[in-house]
Design a binder for this molecule. Sequence first.
Ligand code: E4P
Length: 218
Amino acid sequence: MRIFLDTANIEQIKEGVKLGVVSGVTTNPTLISKEGHRDYEAVVKEICSIVNGPVSAEVVVNDKEAMLIQARKIAAWAPNVVVKIPSTTYGLEVTSQLSKENIKVNLTLCFSVNQAILGALAGATFISPFVGRLDDAGHDGMALVKDVVDIYKKYEDLTTEVLAASIRHPLHCVAAAKAGAHIATIPYKVLLQMTQNPLTDVGIERFLADWQSVSEGT
Ligand code: E4P
């Protein structure tokens, strides 16, 4: 499973990339808005220059024709941009058209197996089941990830990658990996939580103390 960062924060992205474990970024209008009043195109271009991998940027219009026009513009911002399109009826139509134009699409806000099947048939590069938001609504979000992975595996021609999104904590990452998700996109905080274990800290302290006592004795 690959790890993407789910943020538009430049510092967090730079820190994550330094670790050598982040191979992409996903943003959404909410995450972009958290970074203040910067120009959307400028933020996405900067992220694309930092990350050596796909960077998802979402359309911010809700009309089919406008979405298609905006998606083409976003796709031209950088070679590693992936356009995020919502999993709706016209979102599918837009995805089919963009895939014919070789523009990569991340079909977002996926909450059902049927949306995922249709997304793959429309040629989406990534499908994003929103795990945390399903959990919040009393459903089993990770069961959706597992179902989609299992179904895609049955059909060789469905090459869409499953991008587990709306990840809230480290256990979600473990579950996404067990479910066979190709990618988990995670907040920077969760990435840091994944690196930490109190037993590792205690172990380091003990090793260094023992080393110190030996070197003091010699
Ligand atoms: C995915 O690409 C979305 O940006 C994101 O995972 C949404 O997460 P949230 O439900 O925590 O807002």
